[in-house]
Design a protein around this ligand. Structure first.
Ligand SMILES: *[C@@H]1O[C@H](CO)[C@@H](O)[C@H](O)[C@H]1NC(C)=O
Ligand SMILES: *[C@@H]1O[C@H](CO)[C@@H](O)[C@H](O)[C@H]1NC(C)=O
Ligand SMILES: *[C@@H]1O[C@H](CO)[C@@H](O)[C@H](O)[C@H]1NC(C)=O
Ligand SMILES: *[C@@H]1O[C@H](CO)[C@@H](O)[C@H](O)[C@H]1NC(C)=O
Length: 430
């Protein structure tokens, strides 16, 4: 049986009249630029922790030589002779360059201001690195995953296996499944995910620790891997009734992992508003999975809580166009970073006609192949860091009031984007 695809193009006039008639709007809270920059900095930082420390309280984190060589490593990756104009704008890098800052501790050097390391682990078999931090400034707990080095190749060449989303349960012991495993009964049977993404999250040796850490940290508690030096700060926070917003993040494979973890956390904490803010995310699974993930958004959900996914895409980055298979789809909103600093948000990637939101431009998937080496280049996490640093709105108080505190705050509307790509309709024929 052959699967053929038909793009249903709807044009100007019909859409316009339809949009005027429907005043429905989606009340989506976009993350502000400071949160986005924190997530980007963290997604970058996890790469630099690799093989240097094994946990948040690893004594090597206090090794001054290591902290200072890592600082040099980050700076040399980002400072180029040809773009001195931009350098001074990069807050994160400026902090690294500042000689008055103490760069004695690896986590202090790499993590954004106000965040503390609660858990860090690296599962060497699966290659999964995961970091859990808490921000005392922005009041979030974030779980951040990394990708692997040969990821693009794997997505392009590898045979792609799909499976059920969630922990691999042992069917023979159905009655003995954990409460956690039972939560996944809510996921539709036919919602299938890329098996590699799924196992990176759920088969990691450290998955239980991550889950326990988020549970504890979101109400101000400690984690196994908590940095002992910071226990004073944590206990002060415990005294208050502050709860922290749960965020997930990551780059590349880590971005896909962050969506899957976000969905799992939504099942565990159905009344929380969880956001996955990620970078260079590949397509995650089949239409049924994406339909289910999108149904967890605040607009669509009948629960108190929600899962909202924001995927940043750097220009022609190839990975978000992969796997190049028609039944693979994107969950959540596409935030397309274009040349010159403009970021356009596409509601659920393909838009929503009834809400008046446009999908990504026609040909969005195919363009990177024309500019192939550039499309690989655009995927690197350092280019995401540089772009977001360079174009971050300068967040001063008056700008916050004007709402200029966001990279983007509205979705592209249909009337501005005729010729958008709409959801592919799969037509089966013999
Ligand atoms: C500190 O880190 C450096 C660089 O990684 C390493 O060569 C050195 O052995 C470390 N020192 C200690 C005391 O572990
Ligand atoms: C279920 O668990 C048993 C005992 O650990 C094991 O022998 C069996 O292979 C498992 N089955 C599956 C489908 O994983
Ligand atoms: C379920 O757990 C019970 C008690 O631990 C054990 O006796 C039983 O063999 C388990 N059943 C299966 C199907 O694994
Ligand atoms: C905040 O930004 C506005 C617009 O760029 C600028 O006019 C104003 O001087 C800035 N205020 C401060 C305190 O930097």
């Amino acid at each position: 049986m052959e699967v053929r695809v038909r793009f249903m193009m709807v044009l100007g006039a019909t859409i316009l009249s339809f949009v005027m008639a429907s005043a429905v709007s989606a009340d989506v809270s976009f993350p502000n630029s400071e949160i986005v920059l924190d997530m980007m900095t963290l997604s970058d930082a996890v790469y630099y922790l690799k093989n240097k420390v094994s946990s948040c309280n690893d004594p090597q984190a206090e090794n001054k030589t290591l902290a200072s060589s890592t600082r040099e490593e980050v700076l040399s990756a980002h400072i180029h002779d040809d773009d001195s104009v931009h350098q001074k704008e990069r807050i994160y890098l400026r902090r690294l360059q500042d000689d008055n800052q103490q760069h004695n501790n690896l986590f202090d050097t790499l993590l954004p201001e106000g965040t503390s390391c609660l858990h860090y682990s690296h599962d060497y078999d699966l290659g999964t690195q995961v970091l859990v931090v808490r921000s005392s400034i922005h009041k979030y707990v974030s779980v951040v995953y990394t990708g692997t080095d040969d990821f693009t190749t794997a997505l392009m060449d590898g045979e792609i296996l799909m499976g059920k989303f969630g922990p691999t349960t042992n069917t023979t012991g159905d009655s003995n499944r954990s409460d956690f495993e039972k939560l996944f009964d809510q996921v539709p049977e036919d919602a299938h995910v890329h098996r590699g993404f799924n196992s990176a999250v759920f088969e990691s040796n450290h998955f239980t620790e991550v889950l326990e850490c988020v549970t504890s940290a979101k109400v101000g508690g400690d984690c196994d891997g908590a940095d002992k030096r910071r226990s004073a700060q944590v206990s002060t926070e415990l005294g208050s009734s502050t709860t922290y917003q749960v965020l997930t993040s990551g780059h590349s494979l880590g971005a896909a992992d962050s969506i899957l973890l976000g969905a799992a956390l939504h099942l565990v904490f159905p009344s929380e508003h969880i956001q996955s803010i990620n970078f260079g995310c590949p397509k995650i699974g089949n239409t049924e999975l994406v339909y289910w993930l999108d149904s967890l958004q605040s607009v669509q959900s009948d629960k108190d809580g929600s899962l909202e996914v924001f995927r940043f895409v750097n220009k022609l980055d190839l990975v978000p166009r992969l796997p190049d298979l028609i039944f693979f789809q994107h969950a959540g909103h596409t935030l397309q970073m274009s040349i010159g600093g403009e970021i356009r948000a596409y509601y659920n990637h393909f838009g929503d006609e009834t809400l008046g939101y446009s999908g990504v431009p026609f040909g969005w998937d195919a363009e990177p192949y024309v500019l192939f080496p550039l499309a690989i280049y655009a995927h690197h996490h350092k280019h995401y860091v540089e772009y977001l640093q360079d174009y971050a709105p300068k967040s001063n108080a008056s700008l916050k009031e004007q709402g200029a505190f966001y990279f983007v705050q509205d979705f592209e509307r249909v009337e501005n984007n005729q010729g958008a790509e709409t959801s592919p309709t799969v037509v089966e024929s013999e």
